[in-house]
Design a protein around this ligand. Sequence first.
Ligand code: UDP
Ligand code: MG
Length: 208
Amino acid sequence: MGTVVNAANKEGTESALSIKKPKVVFVLGGPGSGKGTQCANIVEHFGYTHLSAGDLLRAEIKSGSENGTMIQNMISEGIIVPAEVTIKLLEKAILGTKNDKFLIDGFPRNEENRAAFESLTGIVPEFVLFFDCSEEEMEKRLLSRNQGRVDDNIETIRKRFKVFVESSLAVIEYYDSKGKVKKIDAGKPVEEVFEAVKAIFTPVEDKA
Ligand code: UDP
Ligand code: MG
């Protein structure tokens, strides 16, 4: 509903995404803040499709695409991949899914990501779910999760924290200035955090 504003491609025709008009929620927060875990819960209870930008990039590496090596190097360093690469993967995933409600997890990660996504797709998020968590807690979670990720080592974790503070927080501030940020205290146990998440996704008329 009203989330797509005149996205047009270079030829001036309407883009496939502006015809689909998907409903998008950005799920943001530092590395280890619980985005993926809570997105799985939201999918189960509220019927969204979960798109993790990091997972899409890791799948792109595995597929042996020509961008694979560049993406792999950037992820190993905790650096943000160029916007157009991530946006293409997100677009393909949105268009390849029948659902029209998406949680986009871990994107946009900087102002370049955000501005490019809005101008290329015409999609403006319904709102931004921000998982607020201390670095101390995030570090503990990342070091104990054992998902075999090249970037879950202490050196890269510290770099990712730095990138989050220096680049990603600006995106949250931008949407906050538009009144679109719903902040969650994400330092608590999974079930407690999900109670707060549920309150946000449950329609007002069902809450009584
Ligand atoms: N990444 C990126 N752009 C994105 C999402 C992820 O460049 O839109 C890269 C970036 O190098 C990041 C890594 O993928 O550090 C892992 O991201 P993910 O969201 O999977 O992990 P998180 O930091 O949330 O634990
Ligand atoms: Mg994740």
